[in-house]
Design a binder for this molecule. Structure first.
Ligand SMILES: Nc1ncnc2c1ncn2[C@@H]1O[C@H](COP(=O)(O)OP(=O)(O)OP(=O)(O)O)[C@@H](O)[C@H]1O
Length: 242
């Protein structure tokens, strides 16, 4: 089954072309890395696929629904971890998860269980009743990760999830992502950390100038080959063609 399918997606902001012509499919169970230099169009793509932005043209199906025609259906079925967003400063993590649970129509007991599981997994149990404004950047990131997974979505969009996490928590979260996708769920991971993508992803797509210029499987790399070198070659080749 296909977790997401994108055909000929286009989006400009005034005379800036953010997405020129993007076609891409991600299957259920993939841990898909979305790579690209600054300004390549990654955030624009994620905003369209998560029902936050309308494209100028093209089609998309995400978790079985059209994010343009039925953005609420898509948002119900997916989890989203946007880059550089914080939990509301005036709520504690526990209150924030209750709020997200209400919006997502989850039973109180399910929210309580997920809260305990994630606080334990990411190591912030002692901060569950602290106002978010008094949390460190890393602790706030743990809260944002938790809200993305609170309802056990089959498809999650995560943008630079490891930022501000200490190495121990990073490893724990990476192991979770692997287990999560091996269980059949799908992760769409946008990152500049090519080493993490090489280590973690089952497949990556390289976006450059608003177009997908390569897809690769880290498991297919030859001895001595690195995803970073190939990424740099892909982006250089795309720049030469432009
Ligand atoms: N609201 C906006 N108004 C005008 N231009 C925008 C807007 N949002 C994005 N852009 C432009 O669209 C292009 C793609 O931006 P986008 O944020 O999608 O790239 P990105 O791959 O996520 O970049 P980064 O890795 O730096 O976060 C860039 O040239 C950017 O300047």
């Amino acid at each position: 089954m296909t977790a997401l399918d994108v055909r000929d997606l286009r989006r400009s902001y005034g005379d800036v072309t953010a997405l020129a012509d993007l076609s891409l499919s991600v299957a259920d169970g993939e841990l898909f890395g979305f790579l690209g230099p600054n300004g390549a169009g990654k955030t624009t793509t994620i905003k369209i696929l998560t029902g936050q932005l309308t494209p100028d043209g093209g089609t998309a199906e995400v978790a079985g629904a059209d994010p343009v025609e039925h953005p609420l259906d898509v948002r119900e079925r997916i989890g989203i971890l946007p880059e550089q967003e914080s939990p509301p400063s005036f709520l504690t993590p526990r209150e924030y998860f209750q709020f997200v649970g209400d919006v997502r129509d989850l039973d109180e007991s399910r929210v309580a269980e997920a809260t305990e599981t994630w606080a334990d997994r990411l190591g912030f149990a002692e901060k569950l009743d602290t106002l978010s404004t008094d949390l460190s950047r890393g602790q706030q990131q743990k809260v944002m990760i938790t809200q993305a997974f609170l309802h056990d979505p089959g498809l999650v969009f995560i943008d630079e999830p490891l930022v501000n996490l200490d190495p121990i928590v990073q490893e724990r979260f990476k192991a979770f992502l692997t287990d999560y996708t091996e269980a059949g769920n799908t992760v769409f991971l946008s990152t500049h950390d090519i080493d993490v993508a090489e280590d973690l992803c089952t497949r990556v797509g390289v976006l450059s100038g608003g177009e997908l210029v390569a897809t690769r499987r880290p498991s297919d790399l030859d001895e001595g080959e690195s995803l970073l070198d190939l990424f740099l070659e892909d982006v250089d080749a795309a720049a030469m063609e432009a």
